[in-house]
Design a protein around this ligand. Structure first.
Ligand SMILES: [Zn+2]
Length: 112
């Protein structure tokens, strides 16, 4: 059983790995060393972030968006709740997929 802090750490790590895939110059890597909070990002996307995002393909961008959404939900306290039915998402699902926004039954209904 993991704590929400551990899942948060996992999400931040995933986010960093994605950015590292497209980081090329030293400036970008320096920027990655900072612990960027989603709130800080909303205040003003700095140049490094915009540059990195511009190098990402759609899949990578979609992943970053999912991670950021999950991080915001952790910050505001709604993390772990299904966006469709509002029920708590089982921990086992969150551990396997920390970006999960819906419970499994809802995800399956949506996929159909
Ligand atoms: Zn649901």
């Amino acid at each position: 059983m993991q704590s929400i802090e551990q899942l948060r750490g996992k999400l931040l790590q995933q986010r960093r790995t994605l950015f590292q895939e497209v980081a090329q110059v030293e400036d970008d890597l320096l920027w990655l060393e900072m612990d960027v909070e989603p709130e800080a990002q909303e205040r003003g996307q700095d140049e490094s972030l915009i540059r990195l995002l511009s190098r990402m393909d759609d899949r990578q961008k979609a992943e970053i968006e999912e991670i950021d959404r999950a991080l915001v939900k952790i910050a505001i306290g709604t993390y772990g709740r299904c966006e469709v039915c509002g029920k708590p998402i089982p921990w086992s699902r969150l551990e396997a997929l920390p970006t999960a926004a819906t419970c499994l039954p809802c995800a399956e209904r949506r996929a159909r």
